[in-house]
Design a protein around this ligand. Structure first.
Ligand SMILES: O=C(O)CCC(=O)C(=O)O
Ligand SMILES: [Fe+2]
Length: 339
């Protein structure tokens, strides 16, 4: 096994905007993954604990109480065991996980039906969703800054008051004992890249399992904690999705990752929470006006249609004489992974 990867840890509250923007950009270019120091975020320990607590409560419901809230064509709702197959090419059985996709809340309100016990916690969910959104805006601003573009270039294309983005909170549950699991054949979450612009990932102490693909095509575990420091909760893992990679002509990496069953004593259940931040569905994935991106393109002289990240659903960046939109890419990827 490859040694754990040593990803950069970024202080998101750094008043030296220029330094923070470059630190964020460098990590996004080199790894496509980075940690945000949880001491520098808008979240309190209680916000994160309450989100994991309600996640545990939801997944602990009997199947009969979750089934009425099954994921529909709008991609919101409960995803049962083996329903999603993130890497259908390599895994016959679907992912060994359950998920709950919760669409970004609006003015404190949940926009979809949920079980009464979860609905009761609407205020906590809405606060968590808002804080995720705020964090994504901070990150997108810093990345724009790092790319030497107007600070609001990305955020203005993520403004959900202007249309549908697909931004969502995703609660994930990977049970440790699933009948019929076959080591070496089955996987908790198959290899994939994320589809939107950025993903925030919240993890729990003692519940590892995430791995990223290195440029040498090996799998490197991503530790829950990057070092021995004292944190109120584990640092938030941030990764770049396909949209930002297309937008920057591959300068920012949409890195392939997966979730495995850890060996040894670490065979615990894993709970994680992702926040997927996506551009407005109508946004064309055209390389952005950045000198930094232009210099990268000049250096690479790359093929226009090269695959980005895992790239499965979007080998064609041009459709019908125009560029692919963020919404089309999202739909193509979902169609490829819900069989
Ligand atoms: O649970 C995790 O650690 C990762 C989940 C993930 O990669 C995803 O849902 O896109
Ligand atoms: Fe992912």
């Amino acid at each position: 096994m490859t040694s754990p990867i040593n990803l950069p840890l970024v202080d998101i509250s750094n008043p030296d905007y220029k330094a923070a923007g470059k630190a964020m950009l460098n990590a996004a270019v080199e790894y496509g993954f980075l940690y945000i120091d949880s001491r520098t975020t808008v979240f309190t320990k209680a916000d994160v604990e309450s989100a994991f607590d309600l996640s545990k409560e939801f997944f602990g419901l009997p199947v009969s109480e979750k089934a009425p809230y099954k994921r529909g064509p709008d991609n919101v709702g409960w995803v049962g065991m083996h329903v999603e197959t993130l890497d259908p090419e390599h895994h016959k059985r679907g992912d060994f996980k359950e998920a709950l996709n919760i669409l970004e809340t609006k003015n404190g309100k949940i926009m979809q039906p949920l079980p009464p016990s979860t609905m009761k916690r609407e205020a906590e969910i809405a606060r968590f969703s808002d804080l995720c959104n705020q964090t994504c805006i901070q990150i997108l601003n810093l990345l724009a800054h790092g790319l030497e573009m107007p600070d609001d270039f990305f955020t203005s294309r993520h403004d959900s008051s202007k249309g549908y983005t697909g931004n969502s909170v995703r609660l994930l549950y990977y049970p440790s004992d699933v009948p019929g699991y076959c080591a070496g054949k089955d996987i908790r979450a198959g290899a994939h890249s994320d589809y939107g612009s950025i993903t925030l990932l919240f993890q729990r102490p003692g519940q590892p399992g995430l791995e990223i693909q290195t440029p040498e095509q090996e799998w490197a575990p991503v530790p829950v904690y990057p070092n021995e420091d004292e944190y109120p909760f584990p640092p938030i893992l941030v990764n770049i999705g396909d949209a930002l990679s297309y937008w920057t002509d591959g300068l920012l990496k949409s890195t392939v990752h997966r979730v495995v069953f850890p060996g040894g004593d670490e065979g615990a259940d894993r709970y994680s929470i992702a926040f997927f931040c996506s551009p407005l569905g109508t946004t064309e994935l055209i390389p952005v006006p950045s000198d930094v991106v232009a210099a990268h393109r000049e250096k690479k002289k790359e093929d226009e249609n090269q695959l980005v990240g895992y790239g499965g659903g979007a080998s064609e960046l041009n459709v019908g004489g125009r560029r692919l939109t963020a919404g089309e890419h999202l739909q193509a990827r979902l169609a490829a992974t819900y069989l």
